[in-house]
Design a protein around this ligand. Structure first.
Ligand SMILES: NC(=O)c1ccc[n+]([C@@H]2O[C@H](COP(=O)([O-])OP(=O)(O)OC[C@H]3O[C@@H](n4cnc5c(N)ncnc54)[C@H](O)[C@@H]3O)[C@@H](O)[C@H]2O)c1
Length: 338
């Protein structure tokens, strides 16, 4: 019997990446599929050649098959119910971001994880990239000195249709969780406060606010600014955002597509009007697998080593706090302490 007996909850678009991953591992066996629209689970079972029971309710699935791990690939508003039911039934959970649709729900999930001793690891695939790891490692060498400012721009115009079109805050809740989590990853700092202005400019095809500007104060004293839109037509940034980090000895940039670059003070620089700098092309040293696969590799490794994964809910709650702090600030018009 394979070591990991997995129920997959949510058989929509994103689950394909999870099924592909599971098929690569001989220690994973899929033992059941769940979708509130059972026909989605039936179709997925056929597509994947899986001869396993299908259900329309996670609780029934948990009672009916012998599983020790649940992949939660349902929509954000279903995560809390699916994840808590799974942990209460004795399963670990690996799930898609965001943890939940509110900070209270995310905190309740963390409590259930602590009480049951079951791990809930969250998909933050955008940490598992050679370039962002090189960027983070480079900043931590101190080459640009103490980091004071971190800026991220995110401008894209995707037409998803589906749940994102009707969410109140699609950009902040469904997407910015990645960029906020990346900011924590790059700096190693946690958020202290946020001020956010959220809006939905003319021409946006989303019902909720698909543009936002946020200012975060971080625990290392730096400021992280985020400017984003999901209804920006033309001149797109990368999905990883376009980053500029400013330290007291230089600046580093990562456009999310190419290797990061930096300019830092020349040793024995003179006192010209503009500082004399040298340019560095940052080099990659991390050789893990990238994206979803890399994040899932870490989740499984952590489970096997009996430690929380890098993106365990105990850590991810800080990224979630950035999201819901921003939403609260946008609603109240006030700076929110996290
Ligand atoms: N990490 C990433 O880069 C990335 C990219 C896209 C989507 N996602 C995330 O993946 C998740 C799924 O997104 P998607 O695009 O596949 O959505 P989707 O709408 O295509 O699929 C979701 C599926 O979940 C099912 N579902 C909803 N509630 C359920 C419940 N309570 N129990 C069982 N099934 C349920 C739906 O019927 C649907 O089939 C979301 O959380 C989304 O934010 C992550």
């Amino acid at each position: 019997m394979a070591r990991h007996q997995v129920i997959v909850a949510g058989c929509g678009e994103m689950s394909n990446a999870w099924f592909d991953y599971a098929a690569q591992r001989d220690d994973v066996s899929i033992v059941g599929l769940v979708d509130i629209f059972e026909e989605n689970a039936v179709k997925m079972a056929e597509k994947r050649g899986l001869k396993v029971p299908v259900f329309n309710d996670i609780s029934v699935a948990l009672q009916s098959v012998d599983a020790n791990l649940v992949f939660d690939v349902t929509i954000p508003s279903s995560h809390k119910a699916v994840v808590t039911a799974a942990m209460e039934a004795g399963c670990h959970v690996f799930g898609e971001k965001p943890m939940a649709e509110s900070l209270e729900d995310a905190r309740e999930i963390v409590k259930v994880s602590e009480r049951t001793g079951k791990r809930y690891s969250v998909m933050q695939n955008r940490r598992y990239l050679r370039q962002i790891r090189a960027f983070r490692d480079y900043l931590h060498t101190g080459a640009i000195g103490k980091v004071g400012s971190v800026h991220a721009d995110f401008f894209l115009g995707p037409r998803f249709g589906g749940f994102r079109d009707v969410m109140d805050s699609p950009l902040i809740v469904d997407m910015a969780i990645h960029t906020f989590d990346q900011a924590r990853f790059i700096t190693g700092a946690d958020p202290v406060s946020v001020y956010c202005h959220e809006y939905n400019p003319e021409g946006s095809w989303y019902q909720g606010n698909a543009s936002a500007i946020c200012i975060f104060e971080m625990s290392d004293g730096s400021v992280f600014s985020y400017r984003g839109s999901w209804s920006a037509i033309g001149l797109p940034t990368s999905w990883e955002a376009d980053w500029r980090v400013i330290g007291n000895k230089g600046s580093a940039r990562w456009d999310g597509t190419h290797m990061p670059i930096s300019e830092q003070l020349k040793e024995q620089a003179g006192d010209a009007f503009f500082h004399e700098v040298v340019q560095t092309e940052v080099e990659a040293s991390w050789n893990g697998r990238e994206g979803h696969v890399g994040c899932l590799d870490e989740m499984f490794a952590a489970l096997e080593e009996g430690r929380p994964a890098e993106t365990d809910s105990l850590d991810n709650i800080h990224s979630v706090a950035m999201v819901f702090g921003a939403v609260e600030s946008a609603k109240t018009g006030k700076k929110v302490y996290l």
